[in-house]
Write a protein that binds this ligand. Structure first.
Ligand SMILES: [Zn+2]
Length: 227
């Protein structure tokens, strides 16, 4: 009897520590951001829209998908009025075929108030079969934004979910606000690449990214689940 009691106590104590550990882990992930990033992921009133590449930097290119810099700019230009219509202030890091260094893109975002940074790209792989959409982030307070945007993109017909991923990309690393990098699809894949080069799909990607951002700001993942 005595032994049983001791065992039970030990188990309870272990369970308590385990619960505390789990709670602390959850709290760690739910609050704040790593390093010097300000967590504006639920309060932002501004979105910095970053069309990847530009000027001498074509980004990825393919026979089917054209140039990444053009697809990214066209998608970004379509995203801006949608976010403005939803009440956000927007800042474009470029509005034409200009090369903007990565540090300047991050600096444009860092000097705004209460913003998030959304970089738009198209992907490339030496494997032609590679396809799908993915969203990258670095700071953990950007993770929900990445997931909300990706959820909307993969709801589009014919898209493939490659998940949200962490990466140490320079524009993400330098960001002092939550920042994500959207890879809309693979230009190197014949089918997906042709779609990614079309205005109709730039419009769809822009709509999906805008929806993800609006959901992030006004309802988060709960609102997503209710849809
Ligand atoms: Zn790119």
């Amino acid at each position: 009897m005595k032994n049983t009691t001791t065992t039970a106590r030990t188990t309870n104590a272990d369970g308590g520590w385990l619960r505390l550990f789990l709670l602390l882990t959850i709290a760690f992930w739910m609050t704040g951001c790593a390093g010097s990033v300000k967590d504006t992921s639920r309060t932002f009133t501004c979105v910095v829209i970053d069309a990847g590449h530009g000027g001498h930097d074509n980004g990825a290119t393919s026979r089917w998908g054209g140039r990444e810099k053009d697809n990214a700019l066209n998608t970004a230009m379509r995203l801006q009025p949608k976010l403005e219509a939803a009440g956000f202030r927007t800042v474009m890091t470029r509005r034409d075929d200009t090369f903007i260094p990565l540090d300047r893109r991050a600096a444009i975002s860092n000097r705004q108030d209460n913003t998030i940074f959304v970089s738009i790209h198209f992907n490339h792989s030496p494997k032609r079969s590679a396809r799908g959409s993915e969203v990258y982030y670095k700071s953990r307070c950007s993770a929900r934004i990445a997931q909300n945007i990706l959820n909307q993109i993969i709801a589009l017909p014919g898209t493939v979910n490659r998940g949200v991923r962490t990466a140490n990309f320079r524009v993400l690393r330098k960001a002092q606000y939550p920042a994500v990098l959207v890879e809309c699809g693979f230009l190197s894949n014949p089918g997906e690449g042709s779609r990614c080069a079309s205005g109709a799909w730039h419009e769809r990607f822009a709509e999906a990214i805008a929806r993800g951002i609006i959901i992030q700001r006004h309802g988060g993942l709960n609102m997503m689940a209710a849809q």
